[in-house]
Design a protein around this ligand. Structure first.
Ligand code: TEU
Ligand code: CA
Length: 530
């Protein structure tokens, strides 16, 4: 049985904002906090209840804000502390929650802590990071190269799991844990409603073992979030867990650790690693998601439901048909995820069917991960093939300026954005979507409204109807005397008979009967005749 706190979280619809690309209010080409405030009524209209805001803290932007130089101040390009305080106030006026992005595993080399730490082996900051006379293992950095960087100032090596400018914090040092708790309390005191926690599993590591899931991980998470000051927060950790036992350790209510986790099993569909496309049917995505949906439900855990974020190419391009059936497959993916039991997340642009972009040369890319990957690839591949791989997997796909309308810079700004404009900006944008009779946005809005008014879709039990051979997903959601049935057909036409009848509440192709012939990607939600 879900705890009251967790069952309340089932009512949330969380929208992820990448602030650099969302809306530029002062026309410097960079998104900002005031631009977000301008769009709060847009989010309310969509039916959003909470926002996960990617990092907006002071940063030199080697990793676009995930390299933080001051956790208690706002990046100059994004605005000021007064702006963020106004954002929190304007959100709360609209009954919107704010979930900030906490990055506890590392800082920027420009953080005061690192500047002091590198100065000496015996000052109060010396042990805030992992310093050794020589590399302790052969760990690689996530963005390429060794995870160990020699520092001339200190005369030792430091660990960086990500970019060279992102030194890992030493969580075995109680002063580091105290500092992070103080950062959490600083933002809680400002009214923040929760946190998404970056690479949470890496804060405990073993130099002679793995750079994640170390022996003190749950002790540290509980030390941060098992306190009176944090007991009402919504917390979602970005994890590398691949088994339910580890997820239970992170998220079981009684453990006072996290509310839920972003678990990425389903992101392996349609690709081999991040940059190599693999042809997979939606059947594969269905089987992965359904297996986890049942495991989360059986263990009274919250399932974080998401298809996209700022770190990946678009699911619609990977698993849907982003050309002639873009509306159909976008709405099918929406129905697959937003009718399941859990907490749905929508990434900016997903609500009007965003897809991958197409750059023609490396100079058009911005992301440190993509540029490092390209420089590796061209050691053994032609440049055009390397660019093609980046077009498939680059994080830039999710970081182009938000496409609000048909104007030169898509209503994001009046001036050229910090990143190359999306290659399909003139075709795919909110203005064109709303003009179309096949509007992905209106489908999302109707789907979210249906979810919010249907206890069966928020609180209800998940019961699978389809099986692994079916070319579709069908299931019921049951709550007290309300039973809804969801059918999502996949890439081919199907003749579907669920044996259930009822009134159609939602369809992406104006269906009137639940059973019968389904077109590719056709979906229907009905309320069962009981
Ligand atoms: O990402 C950590 C992580 O999961 C990486 O593997 C990530 O998927 C990245 O794209 C490498 O493939 C988090 C943030 O979401 C990411 O934006 C940051 O770059 C990273 O941590 C470091 O803070
Ligand atoms: Ca701006």
């Amino acid at each position: 049985m879900l705890s009251k706190k967790y069952s309340d979280f089932l009512n949330e619809i969380i929208y992820q904002i990448y602030p650099r690309s969302f809306k530029d209010s002062n026309n410097d080409g960079i998104g900002d906090i005031n631009g977000i405030i301008e769009k709060l009524d847009y989010l309310k209209d969509l039916g959003i209840t909470a926002v996960w805001l990617c990092p907006c803290y002071k940063s030199p932007n080697e990793d676009n804000g995930y390299d933080i130089s001051d956790f208690r101040d706002i990046m100059d390009e994004f605005g000021t502390m007064d702006d963020i305080k106004r954002l929190i106030s304007e959100m709360h006026k609209r009954n919107l929650k704010l979930i900030m992005d906490l990055v506890p595993n590392h800082t920027s080399v420009e953080h005061k802590w690192f500047k002091e730490s590198r100065k000496s082996k015996n000052n109060e900051y010396s042990d805030y990071y992992y310093w050794y006379d020589k590399p302790q293992n052969n760990w690689k950095a996530c963005f390429g190269g060794s995870a160990w960087q020699y520092d001339d100032v200190r005369g030792q090596y430091y660990l960086h799991s990500y970019a060279v400018g992102q030194p890992d914090l030493n969580w075995e040092n109680p002063k580091v844990r105290q500092e992070v708790k103080a950062v959490i309390d600083f933002w809680v005191d400002l009214g923040v409603d929760g946190f998404r926690i970056d690479v949470i599993d890496q804060i405990s590591k073993e130099m002679n073992g793995r750079n994640m899931l170390g022996p003190h991980l749950h002790e540290y998470i509980n030390e941060m979030f098992g306190r009176k000051n944090t007991e009402n927060l919504f917390t979602v950790g970005e994890c590398f867990c691949d088994n339910i036992d580890e997820i239970i350790r992170h998220c079981k209510y009684e453990r006072n650790e996290l509310s839920t986790l972003f678990q990425f099993d389903h992101f392996n569909c349609g690709r081999r690693g991040k940059f190599v496309k693999k042809k997979d049917s939606l059947k594969k995505l269905r089987d992965v998601i359904v297996d986890w949906q049942i495991l989360y439900q059986d263990n009274d855990l919250l399932h974080a439901l998401f298809t996209d974020n700022h770190d990946n190419g678009w699911m619609l391009s990977r698993m849907g048909n982003d050309k002639e059936l873009r509306y159909e497959s976008a709405t099918c993916l929406a129905a697959m995820f937003l009718t399941l039991r859990g907490v749905p997340f929508i990434y900016q642009g997903q609500e009007f069917g965003m897809v991958n972009s197409k750059n023609s040369r490396i100079e058009e890319f911005d992301d440190v991960e993509s540029i490092n990957k390209y420089n590796e690839l061209i050691k053994f591949l032609p440049k055009n093939i390397a660019v093609k791989m980046l077009n498939f997997g680059s994080r830039d796909n999710a970081r182009h300026a938000m496409l609000w309308d048909n104007s030169k810079y898509a209503g994001f700004s009046e001036t050229e954005p910090w990143i190359t404009m999306h290659s399909r900006a003139g075709e795919i944008n909110l203005e064109n979507d709303l003009k179309s009779d096949k509007s992905v946005f209106r489908f999302y809005k109707n789907l979210i409204a249906l979810r919010k008014k249907s206890p069966a879709l928020t609180q209800g039990k998940f019961e699978l109807i389809s099986n692994k051979n079916d070319n579709f997903l069908a299931f019921c959601r049951k709550y007290k005397n309300q039973v809804l049935t969801v059918v999502c057909n996949f890439e081919k036409e199907s003749l579907i008979n669920t044996g259930i009848n009822g009134e159609i509440l939602l369809s992406n192709m104006n269906r009137t009967e639940l059973n019968g012939a389904y077109k590719p990607y056709e979906i229907a939600v009905c309320i069962n005749n009981v």
